[in-house]
Design a protein around this ligand. Structure first.
Ligand code: ATP
Length: 129
């Protein structure tokens, strides 16, 4: 059965949305120093995960933690862009929006560090003594 024009349109839109999302990821990684930093830390975490042969459940926890920080950093960047688009002047609400968004990244980062320590600290201590 062939697809109708409407169905083809929906498929094209889905493909375009995916392409725009990918280009957003690439642009954010190229422009945002903090995001590069999170990616480097994530690479180190993945290396440690293989090195210490962590369990499937631990991999899931690490994946959620890394994904959470990267997602929050990208949302923070998006909020910064929108605030800068709305005003270049000092505005208390602009400050509040940016600071709250930055706070969300900090919360995610702290939670991720705690998860990382719970998983890796006993393994690192074990391998040392
Ligand atoms: N239009 C504004 N009005 C009031 N305060 C602002 C405004 N723009 C930025 N700020 C304040 O200055 C801080 C730094 O803003 P900036 O846009 O440089 O973001 P940033 O936190 O340095 O982010 P990044 O380093 O990821 O680009 C913000 O966290 C906020 O407190």
């Amino acid at each position: 059965m062939s697809l109708g024009l409407k169905d083809k349109g929906i498929r094209n839109n889905l493909f375009s949305s995916f392409r725009f999302a990918l280009s957003g990821i690439v642009r954010a990684v190229k422009k945002e120093r903090n995001l590069k930093f999170h990616l480097i830390i994530s690479s180190i975490i993945i290396f440690l995960g293989f090195y210490y042969q962590v369990s499937a459940v631990n991999w899931m926890m690490l994946a959620i933690a890394m994904g959470l920080v990267i997602t929050m950093e990208m949302m923070n960047t998006a909020i910064e862009r929108v605030v800068d688009l709305v005003t270049k002047d000092f505005h208390p609400l602009a400050k509040e929006a940016k600071d709250i968004a930055a706070g969300a990244v900090l919360v995610a980062a702290v939670v991720s560090v705690v998860i990382g320590l719970i998983i890796f600290l006993p393994k690192i201590v074990d391998s040392l003594f």
